[in-house]
Design a protein around this ligand. Structure first.
Ligand code: SAM
Length: 392
């Protein structure tokens, strides 16, 4: 398999073929008809234009060449709606016009996920997990969520309306483990509401292991069932490597990583004598980040993680550099103003939404973008990740 910065064999001028798209069963890949090299160029240009529009006299950043992804087989997490019947379940999507659509052969998914989905469909029948029927509000099984690690191990989460099927799932778990030897974590997630929610608050772990080790650039991050992890692990690895190279040039003595998740940026940026503090709303993610730190042999005195709200972050100890990697909504006025008024000399902003990045840049007027790079985390769609270094 090719890495994200390797040349893209056959990608120039070619488009991905998909029967589901052609038959109008799934139109999620809104850019499928655009050749991959054009997609990449368009993401680079549109992000640069959005940023340019809000600079207001500040100098333009140096835009590095965008980081491509492999155009298919890159998604290391799958979120499948379960539909159909007990004997013939579908794993894919549900829409009011077509009902349940089976997308288990979706080309975007990583190899191990594609191989696992038919086995998981078989398990639905074996364990008699009645697919939830949206119009009649009957059935139990709503979604199956699968993550594949770089080592080819799997975390499988069954999103159910209740614990009605728990005993049957436990009974047939040995069959699943035998059929999918890479299976490491299996959980039930309970989502009782009749609402378009992917998952609920309660998680029941059925396996001995509760987290999936994700080895990225030689570091092991630990992913728990309800924690965030980037969708495209190869491009995430390139993101963390780029962040590390840029931060090492500045050589800050202290770093704050806001919205740190399971510690991807914080653990990559740790260096001898550098104090790193990660702040994250999910206590589970914080515990996983601490586990990653301990596994990497990093000292808790130098690298620490705090469960808290990044928006109102106000640590007494100031950092020389702050990393921010917020959800799509961006930093928002409160945090952007806080950084503008009392932030450090340098901010590294990793954004999955250039529009909210641009909006935050409008508030943070005393920072000038120094360097920026688009990373294509989401081929075949308009979505992207952009990393930007800002300095006062
Ligand atoms: C885009 S993810 C980034 C995670 C991490 N930096 C990474 O590379 O995997 C955003 C993270 O922000 C967390 N989050 C959302 N709102 C937050 C808030 N108000 N304060 C702190 N963390 C928050 C989410 O739980 C999630 O882990």
């Amino acid at each position: 398999m090719t890495g994200p910065t390797a040349p893209l064999p056959g990608a120039v001028g070619t488009t991905l073929q998909c029967g589901h798209y052609d038959r109008y069963e799934c139109r999620s890949c809104t850019w499928l008809e655009r050749p991959y090299d054009e997609q990449l160029a368009a993401k680079h240009a549109s992000t640069r234009d959005l940023v340019h529009a809000v600079l207001g006299g500040r100098p333009e950043p140096e835009w590095l060449a965008p980081v491509p992804s492999r155009p298919e087989g890159f998604r290391t997490k799958a979120k499948m709606v379960v539909g159909g019947t007990l004997d013939e379940p579908t794993l894919g999507l549900w829409d009011p016009r077509q009902g349940a659509v089976d997308l288990r052969d979706c080309a975007l998914h990583a190899q191990g996920i594609r191989a696992a989905l038919p086995v998981l469909a078989e398990f639905v029948t074996l364990a008699a997990l009645a697919p939830y029927d949206v119009p009649t509000r009957s059935g139990e099984l709503k979604h199956v969520l699968v993550t594949e690690s770089p080592a080819g191990e799997l975390m499988v989460r069954w999103v159910l309306r209740s614990t009605e099927a728990e005993a049957r799932i436990r009974k047939h778990l040995p069959w699943l483990a035998e059929t999918l030897p890479g299976l490491r974590v299996v959980t039930l997630n309970l989502q009782p509401a009749h609402a378009a929610l992917l998952e609920g608050e309660r998680e029941v772990v059925l396996t001995e292991q509760a987290t999936l080790p994700m080895e990225v650039n030689g570091l092991t991050l630990h992913l728990g069932p309800r924690s965030f992890f980037q969708t495209n692990t190869d491009v995430a690895a390139a993101l963390y490597r780029t962040a590390r190279a840029w931060v090492d040039e500045i050589a800050p003595a202290s770093v704050h990583d806001l919205y740190c998740g399971v510690g991807g940026f914080a653990l990559h940026l740790a260096a001898p004598g550098r104090a790193v503090t990660g702040i994250e709303i999910s206590a589970d993610a914080v515990a996983a980040a601490e586990r990653g730190r301990d596994g990497a042999g990093l000292s808790p005195e130098l690298v620490r993680f705090v469960a808290g709200d990044a928006t109102s972050y106000l640590l007494e100890d100031r950092a020389d550099l702050v990393v921010v990697n917020p959800p799509r909504r961006g930093l928002g006025a409160e945090l952007a103003n806080r950084l503008e008024n009392a932030g450090p000399a340098a901010v590294l902003y990793s954004s999955c939404n250039p529009e909210t990045l641009a909006r935050d840049l409008e508030v943070m007027r005393s920072y000038a973008p120094v360097r920026a790079r688009v990373l294509d985390m989401f081929p075949q769609t308009a979505h992207l990740e952009v990393l930007m270094l800002l300095a006062r």
